[in-house]
Design a protein around this ligand. Structure first.
Ligand SMILES: Nc1ncnc2c1ncn2[C@@H]1O[C@H](COP(=O)(O)OP(=O)(O)OP(=O)(O)O)[C@@H](O)[C@H]1O
Ligand SMILES: [Mg+2]
Length: 222
């Protein structure tokens, strides 16, 4: 679509998605390349409202179907309002979670039938796929450790409970789901060992992108 580039970042909680998008953005800015940074759920005004419902700790009784539709609703808005227009303008779009997250969490994690998820992803995206996806692979134990440390740093320790011991099995399923997705689409999905330090992971991200595209082209116009 246009001459834009669409890259997504995936992985379990605490695997370093947000950290890596920020490091990549800093790197690109140093090269005078302006990227569009966005995330799911959210990325739009309406999508952010949907995000609030999804992340609200009080909504523990949410069914897996409701969850799936809300993610899809947010994605539909996001595609139309942000991703498609940016790609048409020839921009570089970096998105924190996308369709693979729905397949990993709702499909492999919660057991929602894959066909249903594929269908909703197709409806929401109109078939638009990322050109490249980074999967930060990490054990749920380490992801949990990092998430806890981050929450502590941010003074939000009371939320620690959401990633509880019995949930470790859930996050293990999600991790394996992501690995399955990567196996099915090795051309698109690049698996990176996220247990390495963030500088090493960053180098691998940059290497992959620069191998695939001549980014200079994206810098000059902006
Ligand atoms: N390679 C790394 N090694 C050690 N710590 C890291 C690494 N990458 C990120 N961290 C730290 O781990 C914590 C979680 O990282 P980050 O927020 O980037 O993960 P995330 O994948 O975006 O998580 P979430 O899905 O919850 O948004 C942060 O405090 C971050 O500084
Ligand atoms: Mg994050």
């Amino acid at each position: 679509m246009g001459n834009g580039i669409f890259i997504t970042f995936e992985g379990i909680e605490g695997s370093g998605k947000t950290t890596q998008i920020q490091l990549l953005n800093d790197y690109l800015r140093g090269k005078k390349i302006q990227a569009v940074l966005t995330r799911e759920p959210g990325g739009t005004r309406i999508g952010d409202q949907v995000r609030q419902i999804l992340l609200n700790q009080e909504n523990k009784d949410m069914t897996s179907g409701c969850e799936l539709f809300l993610y899809s609703a947010s994605r539909s808005q996001h595609i139309k309002q942000v991703i498609e227009p940016s790609l048409k303008k020839g921009e570089l779009v970096l998105c924190d979670r996308f369709c693979d997250a729905t397949l990993a969490y709702q499909g492999y994690g919660r057991g929602v039938p894959f066909e249903m998820i594929d269908h909703l992803n197709q409806l929401a995206t109109g078939g638009l796929k990322p050109a490249l996806t980074f999967l930060f692979d990490l054990t749920p134990e380490e992801g949990l450790r990092r998430s806890k440390a981050r929450l502590k740093k941010e003074g939000k320790e009371k939320r620690e409970g959401r990633f509880e011991k019995e949930e470790l099995a859930f996050h293990e399923k999600v991790r394996m789901g992501y690995q399955e997705i990567a196996k099915k689409e090795p051309e698109r999905v690049v698996v990176i060992d996220a247990s390495k330090n963030s500088g090493q992971v960053h180098r691998e991200v940059v290497d992959r992108i620069e191998k695939k595209w001549n980014l200079k082209k994206y810098g000059t116009n902006w």
